[in-house]
Each structure stands twice: as structure tokens, then as C-alpha cells.
Design a protein around this ligand. Sequence first.
Ligand code: ADP
Length: 198
Amino acid sequence: MSNNIHTTFHQLLKREDKEHFLKQKACVVWLTGLSGSGKTTIAVELERKLLEAKYFSVVLDGDNIRHGINNNLGFSEADRQENIRRIAEIAKLFLNTGIITICCFVSPTKAIRQQARNIIGDKDFIEVFVDTPLEECEKRDVKGLYKKARAGEIKDFTGINQRFEIPENPNLIIQTSNKSVQVCTTELLKYLLNKIKI
Ligand code: ADP
């Protein structure tokens, strides 16, 4: 089967051509952290601020992806891996279109984040640890999932009965507990501006 696949990447316009058109350098901003840590909230605000500053970005968010392209996947180990593989491949498509791609996924293990990094490429992968303590996430309980997990209604919930492996060497750590969304997003934007300026 793979013998019959003939890719046309070499015939297409290059990423640099599109970056030039968009007046920006592309990258993948990979937000990792517990459920309720603030990944989506920061991503939404970052997208808005980027547009204000005339940068073009897209947000890929866990639930949206599981609602659509990955709606045939569950939470088994194999399905979690496939979930991330597809997400990383999608992120790479956007990256190669010159778009700043903001990904919000719990991505709880080093292996999963490494898998995404391998697909996307080391130099374009910006790992951002949204560092909010479990107690704070549980207090926020935005989606009521911690309550359900504590009641035993959700198995393998990260932070409760599945470990979150702290990123060892993230590009940036954002602590959200005692800071506003605005302050956190501005920290991230400041870090990014150097990378996305053409
Ligand atoms: P996640 O996407 O990581 O699951 P969400 O963004 O859905 O988390 O939820 C985070 C919650 O925490 C939101 O209700 C948000 O308003 C609140 N929050 C409080 N302070 C912050 C902050 N500094 N940064 C991000 N979110 C915050």
C-alpha cells in the first residue's frame, strides 16, 4: 500500500513563503497541565491578543478535537497515543501553513509530550507548563469532573487516579494560582513575540 503513495510536498509552496505572506514566523505552543489549570482560558486570550497585534493563530483544544476528528477514540493507552498522534499531525499542518498553533491538551506523561515533539519537530515545539496545583484545579472544578472522579464516576482521571508527570524542561512555566488571566497571558505573549517576529 505505502508503495502506492506519492507525496507532493516538494511541489507545494514552502512554509517560508506562507510565513512571509502572513508576516510572522510559525510555531506550536503546547500548553500542558491539569484539567482546570487554565490552558483553554489562556489560549483563548492569547489568540485574541495575537490578532490584536496582527498575528494569525489557531487554537486546538482537547474537547473540540475529541468532539470532531477524534470522536472514535476513548481513553485507553492506545487511544490516548493515537489522540495525540493525530493532534500533533494536525498541528504540523497548521505550522507548515505558517500559522501560530496553540494546543491545549492535558498531555500528562513525558512520553506523550515527547511523541508530539517528535512529530512537530524540536525547534518548533514550545512547551508551556500551566502550573496550577491540584487543590486549586479541584477548587475551580470548571467542568465538575473532579467531583465525578472523586465519586468514582470517572476512571483514570489525571491528578486523581492517574499521575501527571511534571515537565522537566519546559520553555516556560506559568503559575496561575495568584495571578489574573491577563497577567498570565501577557507573560506568554512576551515570551512568544521574539519567536514569531519575522
Ligand atoms: P483547562 O483548559 O486547563 O482545563 P480552563 O481554562 O478550562 O482549564 O479553566 C481554568 C479556570 O481557571 C477558568 O475558570 C479560569 O477563569 C480560571 N482561572 C483563574 N485564574 C486563572 C489564570 N490566571 N489563568 C487561567 N485561568 C484562570
